[in-house]
Design a protein around this ligand. Structure first.
Ligand code: UDP
Length: 409
């Protein structure tokens, strides 16, 4: 992990061009009293998905501020990730009948990780449900622990949430990606938006030549409209629904659909969903289903840049970092009004929201027929991301939280 992160380091000053020198000064001032203090971030996958994406950027940036930060990934086997993926879906509100064995598996892997992870930093940040029970390792009064939840908890499966809440209530605070996700808890709750790094390979400006090369590699025609959804092959991202929307649009516009997705090591469902997607595509040559390597940020960037419209037709969503990534590239976005997406897509201002396959198709058709409106939405979207969803703001929020925790008795 350390070598990967070292390669990701970008001098903090470089961000001044994007966010202004004042923002960088503010970061330095907030970080000063925390210099050398130890922070440990823990999640369940090093690559794939939004959490790994954020940690890959946040940790090197915190190092730039001389914080003693480390990122550890908890270990688990297939049976653990099967259970935690079911928990993930259930917490997002999907039907699920939890079995006693599921809870045993969850607890047993958390116990194993408690024995091997350091867990001794002054500030412990535990991401999502998978490692939530690590809190049991905490010695009374020893260090600060916060739980960062990236899931939409507005309608959780009761049994899974009741089980999890027992651990969550032992933390000093919980951070959620949207006010709607907060729960009735005995601990403090904070709103923390996820964020993108404007200078990362995923989001930095690319040479036109490279973008064209990527299109050529995947046999995508640059002359015809390109509709794109970049997401892990996950039912909650509804890739089959995207194909259905595309088919409606295709009756009116000679467009292409790109469904690009890699996998995450803590998501065992990807292969099954990919099979469904391939079946639904029925060998349509204008549907490009791309299995990207887990770490291919420049290719993702190129596909987003080359898109006429970016889609995020999720059925449930924590935040949907892909939406901010597309908006940052000034792309018109059509996305479902679920989870954290409406915080990014202000309907008819920074993009268009939809609630169904037909609605998604309708909005895509509208944008294809009104390119000038599509361009305006993209412009506004870029400004909205700049104001609210950049990694520097997120880091600032973390620093403020640590300072606040430090003052607590
Ligand atoms: N992503 C990627 N390659 C893929 C699919 C997704 O790099 O094949 C990235 C995507 O660009 C984004 C993150 O993974 O940065 C997904 O985050 P999001 O919040 O959209 O969804 P999650 O996977 O966390 O549910």
């Amino acid at each position: 992990m350390t070598e990967v992160l070292a390669a990701n380091r970008i001098p903090l000053e470089n961000y001044a061009d994007v966010v202004g020198a004042g923002e960088i000064e503010e970061l330095r001032a907030l970080a000063k009293p925390l210099r050398g203090r130890s922070i440990e971030m823990i999640n369940s996958t090093a690559v794939g998905g939004g959490v790994a994406e954020i940690l890959n950027r946040l940790v090197p940036l915190a190092e730039e501020l001389d914080l003693n930060i480390r990122w550890d990934v908890m270990k688990g086997a297939e049976e653990f990730f099967d259970v935690t993926k079911s928990f993930h879906n259930a917490l997002h509100g999907e039907p699920y009948q939890a079995q006693p064995r599921d809870f045993e598996v969850f607890l047993s892997y958390n116990e194993q990780n408690r024995a091997t992870l350091p867990l001794d930093a002054e500030f412990m940040v535990i991401h999502d449900p998978q490692p939530a029970a690590l809190i049991d390792a905490r010695q009374p009064g020893s260090n600060h622990w916060v739980w960062r939840c990236h899931i939409d908890l507005s309608h959780p499966n009761r049994a899974v949430w009741d089980f999890l809440e027992k651990f969550v209530s032992h933390y000093d605070g919980a951070m959620f990606s949207s006010p709607e996700f907060s729960r009735q808890l005995s601990i403090a709750q904070y709103l923390f938006y996820p964020a993108i790094d404007p200078l990362s390979e995923k989001n930095c400006p690319l040479e036109q030549e490279f973008i064209q090369q990527v299109l050529q590699r995947y046999q995508i025609d640059p002359q015809r409209p390109i509709l794109t959804q970049i997401s892990r092959f996950d039912r909650l991202k509804d890739p089959v629904g995207v194909i259905r929307a595309y088919r409606i649009v295709k009756r009116y516009f000679d467009c292409q659909l790109v469904l690009a997705g890699g996998s995450a090591s803590d998501d065992p469902e990807g292969a099954l969903v990919l099979k469904d997607v391939l079946r639904a595509a029925e060998h349509d040559p204008d549907i490009k289903i791309l299995e990207l390597p887990a770490w291919a940020p420049r290719e993702v960037n190129a596909l987003q840049c080359a898109s006429t419209i970016v889609i995020q037709k999720s059925l449930r969503e924590g935040f949907g970092l892909t939406v901010s990534e597309a908006l940052w590239k000034k792309k018109p976005v059509v996305a479902s009004a679920v989870g954290g997406i409406p915080a990014q897509i202000i309907h008819k201002h920074t993009g268009l929201l939809a609630h169904s396959v037909e609605g998604t198709a309708y909005q895509i058709r509208f944008l294809l027929s009104h390119p000038e409106i599509a361009a305006k939405l993209g412009e506004h979207g870029h400004e909205h991301v700049k104001e609210n969803f950049l990694i520097t703001q997120k880091l600032k929020r973390y620093l403020a939280l640590f300072l606040m925790l430090d003052r607590r008795p």
